[in-house]
Design a binder for this molecule. Structure first.
Ligand SMILES: [Zn+2]
Length: 492
């Protein structure tokens, strides 16, 4: 191309830019919380071309769209390291219940379950999403690829080698690490050797090992030790997913879990965790009976007692009988005149169910949230039947920070931004700093709160005034804008 035609092309290109695209945005007089944990400061922030261009005292220019941020907090957009929006994003790329709580980046593929192949999945998202999306490669996904339906057994060395190849492919396609869900059926029979072999592949690509551990109840110590040992032997960082004391028998033992992890850190290992801000977990009904003896009445009875009784177990989905949905097991059993144990056996026989189980203690949740190495994650996503899908980040800000005063606002923001970014090795997001990508959230710290409940899990939060992804507004405080500036993030 000759210089003249190049110049002409440039002129044409500039002239087709709409004013909205060409303009910068200036947030004036905001309380800026930069994500590092440092105290908030009053200042102005200009974003331009998708990046943070200027911070401090900034005079408005004619190109600026000025946003008066007096009385509001400007923070980096929230990064959710454990999100189940895999299929939700394909249905609803604008991700209303995510951006309305300030999420700008989310990681799919946790708990061992991920899309496959990742490259193909990423291709379906390009240009159609409001949030940035990264992925883990799921252990259960690769295990099912190799063992098919025959997964209730130990894998052979040849099969493990075949799984390792799939993990390698996914790491090459940009996965941030290997996730596992060893409490679930497909992962349950995996040996620690299998996990170490696969984690070694993730380590080669500087990924992390992120695990929904084998047991979150009475066996939590062994399960945590297993995760830590996988990290040690495969030489990679470990992230314990949604750390919790899952039932009454282990209430108050968060101190032991914390001590165990802090000892590993002291010994030089890189171990962190994340937690969602609720005392109820959501999973499949069969995790209530860890022995897998789903027709053994004694085991079922024990399982129900361990969580505090059948009234603590809410059925959220049961395809074989929709009339059970959103009722607890005590209610359903009473209405059918059968025992809760019989009801459990019937439900499992008819394909199982999704459950929400209110079996944690708030003191343990608080103890975990106060540790500096625990970040915020939702374990929810688009269409989630648990309120955490829509309310996680705003609940931490409104309930844990403002109402309960469990942690400083700046520390809570760090757990949502710079900390998960560092965990994932994302260097250009998660902080308000000149040159960083403009993923931002503007909110009112005095009113921000979750409104999603177990009865109405889709109620959006209040107090998030605006959410920006790659410099573009995706949430305006009332509704989505319809913009889809989100990008697929690949591990570099
Ligand atoms: Zn999980």
């Amino acid at each position: 191309m000759k210089y003249t035609s190049l110049a002409l092309a440039l002129i044409l290109l500039t002239s087709v830019l709409t004013p909205a695209q060409a303009r910068s945005i200036l947030f004036q007089n905001a309380s800026v919380i930069d994500g590092t944990g440092k105290p908030a400061f009053r200042g102005d922030v200009r974003i331009k071309d998708g990046k943070i261009a200027k911070i401090g005292k900034v005079k408005a220019s004619k190109d600026d769209e000025v946003i008066d941020a007096s009385g509001l907090v400007l923070a980096p957009g929230f990064i959710d390291i454990h999100n189940h929006s895999e299929t939700g994003l394909l249905r609803e790329g604008t991700a209303g219940n995510q951006v309305s709580q300030g999420i700008t980046t989310l990681l799919v593929g946790p708990d061992g379950g991920s899309p496959w192949p990742l490259a193909e999945y990423f291709g379906k998202l390009d240009g159609k999403i409001a949030v940035n999306v990264g992925a883990f490669i799921g252990h259960a996904e690769v295990r099912s690829q190799i063992l098919k339906e025959d997964y209730k057994r130990v894998a052979t060395p040849e099969e493990i080698a075949a799984m390792a190849k799939l993990v390698e492919q996914a790491m090459n396609e940009g996965a941030f690490g290997l996730s596992s869900g060893l409490e679930y059926d497909v992962g349950f029979m995996a040996t620690i050797e299998e996990m170490i072999e696969l984690a070694k592949v993730a380590a080669k690509y500087k990924g992390i090992y992120m695990s929904h551990i084998r047991d979150e109840e009475e066996g939590f110590r062994a399960a945590m030790e297993e995760a830590i040992r996988i990290g040690k032997d495969a030489k990679l960082p470990v992230q314990i997913s949604h750390i919790k004391m899952g039932n009454r028998n282990v209430w108050g033992k968060s101190a032991e879990a914390i001590a165990l992890i802090e000892a590993a850190k002291k010994a030089g290992q890189d171990v962190t965790a994340d937690a969602y801000p609720y005392t109820a977990w959501a999973s499949t009904i069969t995790v209530l009976v860890p022995s897998r003896k789903h027709e053994d009445r004694g085991e079922v009875e024990k399982g129900l007692a361990n969580v505090g009784g059948p009234d603590k177990v809410l059925i959220t989905s049961h395809a074989a009988n929709r009339s059970y949905e959103m009722k607890n097991m005590a209610e359903i059993a009473a209405s059918k005149n059968i025992s809760p144990v019989d009801l459990y056996i019937e439900i499992v026989k008819n394909g199982g169910a999704g459950v929400v189980c209110n079996s944690m203690s708030e003191d343990d949740v608080k103890a975990f949230y106060q540790r500096p190495w625990i970040m915020v994650s939702s374990d929810g996503g688009i269409g989630s039947r648990h309120p955490r899908g829509t309310g996680t980040f705003t609940r931490v800000l409104g309930k844990f920070v403002r109402e309960n005063k469990w942690l400083r606002l700046e520390e809570a923001i760090r757990k949502m931004t710079a900390m998960p970014a560092a965990r994932l090795g994302i260097k250009d997001r998660g902080m308000i700093k000149k040159g960083m990508i403009a993923d931002l959230v503007l909110f009112d710290a005095n009113t921000v709160i979750d409104r999603a409940t177990f009865a109405e899990p889709q109620n959006v939060s209040t107090g998030i005034r605006a959410t920006f992804v790659n410099g573009r507004r995706v949430w305006n405080g009332q509704s989505i804008t319809g913009e889809t500036p989100g990008m697929v993030l690949r591990k570099k």
